[in-house]
Write a protein that binds this ligand. Structure first.
Ligand code: LMR
Length: 341
């Protein structure tokens, strides 16, 4: 202990902690794979009344791993206790969609939960707490959470689109016959829904333009794009439940992207507040855009990507969808007179 230069312990609150995604993610966090090998962590696990006992089981497994970086495991079902002094809040718990549903169908069911958790974060979390929303529909849930947590900077909130980015990178790599690592600069624009826009226009493969390496516009537009937009749904159809392991990996990737400096010339996707964005996207939405980080947990939106007509038209659709979703949850954001179709 004395010979090692440990950083101060950080507190990581995780909701839906007894669920499938968490069951993959918690062990990555506790092992040091996410926050780094010199970063001790305290895990604060939030469950529901229904999952309370299961949560005790999860905690037992965490203890039994003897992870040297895991300094504390606390359990609870009251967000106001579990989120106390949190440095990070990973909001995973929510009702997932089943076969044939769109993520937006969950808005009514899950929206209230995120209003409540926003209020709890506002009261008890650190003002600097970073919030990563995973439960669907994640963009609008993040917006609801943000609206209920005015003490936290809006730029502390993220909704997860890293899973979509990873899916896009994989499909581009397979098509080009190269290794995933060589695919970079992949942006997911917009909503984590079927209107999302996986940007092959600005993507690179081996440092070259993706459209030069994959010289097949028809495939990029008509196969690749819908394949990424609907991959979550296809997985539910095949597996009978929503993605868990790959989601956990992408949450780990999304956090690592914020706590390590972004590689020169590259970026990552995250859904963040559109206020002051350089692409003319309507303000007051949580919208996936290209981001970079210095590695201190904060980010900046990357400017100057080429938005051609094909992209612009589709980005607009996702923007309209999110604007409408926001109208539907205005009552949860303390806004009156909004409309929802
Ligand atoms: C996913 O993309 O796999 C998740 O958002 C689950 C879903 O509903 O598709």
């Amino acid at each position: 202990e004395k010979t090692r230069n440990w950083k101060p312990i950080i507190k990581i609150a995780v909701s839906g902690a007894a669920g499938m995604i968490s069951n993959h993610l918690l062990f990555k966090i506790a092992s040091g794979e996410v926050f780094g090998p010199d970063q001790p962590v305290a895990l604060r696990l939030l469950g529901s009344e229904r999952s309370q006992v299961a949560l005790e089981g999860v905690a037992m497994e965490l203890e039994d791993c003897l992870f040297p970086l895991l300094r504390e495991v606390d359990l609870g079902i009251d967000a106001k206790k579990v989120f106390e002094d949190a440095d990070w809040a990973l909001l995973i718990g929510a009702k997932p969609r089943g076969p044939g549903m769109e993520r937006g169908d969950l808005l009514e069911m899950n929206g209230g939960l995120f209003a409540e958790q926003g209020k709890a974060l506002n009261e008890v979390a650190k003002k600097t707490c970073k919030v990563m929303v995973v439960g669907n529909p994640c963009n609008t849930n993040a917006l609801i959470c943000m609206a209920n947590a005015p003490n936290l900077d809006k730029r502390n909130f993220h909704a997860l689109t890293r899973l979509d980015e990873n899916r896009a990178k994989c499909q581009l790599a397979l098509k080009a016959g190269v290794f995933y690592e060589t695919v970079s600069n992949v942006t997911i624009w917009g909503n984590h829904s079927t209107t999302q826009v996986p940007d092959f226009v600005n993507a690179k493969i081996g440092g070259e333009r993706c459209t030069d390496v994959i010289d097949d516009q028809t495939w990029l537009e008509n196969d690749f794009t819908p394949a990424i937009q609907t991959r979550g749904g296809l997985l539910i159809k095949k597996w009978g439940r929503s993605s868990a392991a790959s989601t956990a990996v992408s949450i780990a990737d999304a956090i690592k992207a914020l706590v390590t400096p972004t590689k020169e010339g590259d970026w990552f996707s995250s859904a963040v507040i559109t206020d002051g964005n350089p692409y003319g996207i309507e303000e007051g939405l949580v919208f996936s855009m290209p981001c970079r980080s210095k590695g201190d947990g904060s980010y900046e939106v990357v400017e100057g990507l080429k938005i051609n007509d094909w992209l612009r038209e589709r980005i607009k659709k996702s923007e309209e969808e999110l604007s409408n979703e926001r109208g539907c949850v205005a009552h949860l954001m303390g806004v009156e007179g909004a409309s929802c179709v």
